[in-house]
Design a binder for this molecule. Structure first.
Ligand code: ADP
Ligand code: MG
Ligand code: ZN
Length: 516
């Protein structure tokens, strides 16, 4: 059945017991397929001029076109077409010189036209690839994921089922629909079946979605926030016995809303299917719903076939026929893509494989690069983003880029350390102040009085006090044991709450004690 409102009870636990991943891998070879939807960040919708801002009051961003009122006619959004071409080019695809939109017919209350405008047998971009890297015990391994197509379509509205306890239609008293999202432009990126990944399959799936997200982000065409749904991923998995040459039946897991979940979804589906096959059963072609809380999935609907949708070319829209000059202009305007950027910074900053990997895993390359552009040394910039700031991001559960500090501000802190105005310890306090919203680094230094104290009159009193308080150490220094000066410098630092210029304090102490 097509597009039915479904909410079958959880069937995880119903089927045969899953087989542990490593055991499954001994008997089967997985095949993956990833379908990713990217919601574009265009100012207006795909076929009308309604606004697209996230989080607006329900049904305030709608018009006759996206509500499908009689007589309303769609017109394709040029920026959305351009975004699709740019992504296609970045994915090494061919761009069609002529293609059409198609109607995908099915009923769902969040889709007022009763069909979705999509592309079917004439996608805009085809036959590309994306290289991804996964870590293995033998070092990084690069895997080429072939891209079947990138096509354009429109998003649906959102239905909410009210009055029940689960938010699902079963047990609900009524449902309400918000059409703000209906008609927002989407790109769907479909991979060809990904074979021969063996036990790396879960990691490959995650690495692919991560790489695609970073690629889309670098193009500036979407904010690709999985948690807000602007990047959504359907994960297809099948198993075949090792050595077989025919793929098994796939399931398609939806609702996979984080990178971690992509990896977990593949892993748990491999374990589930191995359980089914091992017990002599057959995998059913179906959609499944990922469950964040368990890391498993539950059965949705049995899979519809393309013919069920009665696709046909949409007669309301003119064909899309991008000229070669337009495509070449877009190609020339592509930014430096993530893979090229990684290779460049690795060489420019002289990084080892692991150092680059840490930067990538922390999602810090762009931030570090911007900090370097603002004048910091690569080492200093990396140190800040990977240590102090990564720790902060983890603690406060935000992405590194979402921390309330800019690369310019980090570069300024690094400069203050380099010129001797701040010690590392003081610098951390300045960063803390910036993160707490106390203003720019200079303002925080001023307001918190964090400058290194290096002028002799201010230091002198602390030095005299330290000598008076530590007569034993002072005597040793007088007697020629210069190493004992450390205790006295420590006392000065303590008395000045870490703000003394340690080098200058040391000089003054040695001077006072006649040990120079
Ligand atoms: P549908 O719209 O029915 O989901 P698509 O062709 O759009 O079909 O996408 C199916 C995805 O699953 C593609 O990424 C495809 O490469 C992949 N795929 C196809 N057959 C298999 C299989 N046997 N095992 C795993 N993945 C598969
Ligand atoms: Mg699909
Ligand atoms: Zn509209």
């Amino acid at each position: 059945m097509v597009g039915a409102v479904t909410s079958s009870p959880a069937t995880s636990g119903d089927g045969p017991a899953p087989v542990a991943f490593d055991d499954a891998m001994r008997s089967y070879e997985p095949v993956l397929g990833l379908e990713t939807h990217v919601e574009l960040g265009t100012a207006s919708k795909m076929f009308c001029s309604c606004a697209t801002a996230f989080g607006a009051e329900p049904n305030t961003q709608v018009c006759p076109v996206c509500l499908a009122l009689p007589g309303a006619l769609p017109v394709a959004n040029e920026t959305a077409v351009e975004s699709a071409i740019r992504l296609g080019l970045a994915l090494n695809c061919s761009v069609a010189s002529w293609c059409r939109f198609a109607r995908k017919n099915y009923y769902y209350p969040d889709m007022p036209k009763n069909y979705q405008i999509s592309q079917y047998d004439e996608p805009l971009c085809t036959d590309g690839y994306l290289d991804v890297t996964v870590d293995t015990a033998e070092g990084p391994r690069e895997i080429r994921v072939d891209i079947e197509r990138v096509h354009m379509e429109e998003d649906t509205g959102k239905t909410a089922h009210m009055g029940g306890t689960t938010g699902r239609i079963h047990g609900a008293e009524y449902s309400i629909v918000d059409y703000n999202r209906a008609g927002i432009p989407l790109l769907e990126i479909v991979t060809r079946p990904i074979e021969h990944t063996g036990d790396l399959a879960p990691q490959v799936a995650r690495a692919y979605v991560t790489e695609l997200r970073d690629l889309v982000r670098s193009l500036g065409i979407s904010d690709v926030r999985m948690e807000e749904g602007s990047l959504r991923c359907d994960v297809n998995v099948s198993l075949m016995p090792r050595g077989a040459d025919e793929w098994g039946t796939r399931s398609e897991t939806k609702n996979v809303n984080s990178l971690r979940s992509v990896e977990r979804a593949v892993r748990s589906e491999i374990e589930r299917q191995a359980g089914v096959l091992g017990a002599g059963g057959r995998v059913v072609q179906e959609t499944r719903h990922f469950q964040e809380n368990t890391g498993g999935s539950v059965s949705g609907r049995s899979k519809e076939e393309a013919q069920d949708y009665r696709y046909f070319p949409d007669p309301d829209l003119v064909p899309v026929a991008p000229g070669a000059d337009w495509i070449e202009r877009l190609r020339a305007g592509l930014p430096e893509l993530p893979a090229a950027k990684r290779a460049r910074v690795k060489a420019e900053w002289n990084l080892a494989d692991e150092e680059l990997r840490d930067l990538v895993n922390a999602g810090a390359i762009d931030l570090v690069a911007a900090t370097v552009d603002a004048g910091a040394s690569p080492d200093e910039a990396r140190k800040w983003w990977l240590n102090e700031l990564s720790r902060r991001a983890t603690e406060t559960e935000v992405e590194l880029a979402a921390l309330p500090i800019t690369p310019d501000q980090v570069a300024r802190v690094a400069a203050l350390v380099a010129e001797g105005t701040l010690t590392n310890k003081l610098a951390r306090q300045v960063v803390e102040g910036v993160l707490a919203g106390e203003g720019d680094p200079d303002a925080v230094v001023e307001a918190r009085g964090l400058k290194v104290v290096s002028d002799d009159s201010a230091l002198g009193a602390a030095v005299d006090q330290a000598i008076a308080d530590n007569p034993d150490a002072a005597d040793k220094v007088r007697g020629g044991k210069v190493a004992a000066v450390g205790a006295l410098v420590g006392a000065v630092m303590k008395a000045t709450k870490g703000q003394a210029d340690a080098g200058r304090a040391r000089e003054l102490i040695l001077e006072r004690l006649g040990a120079q």
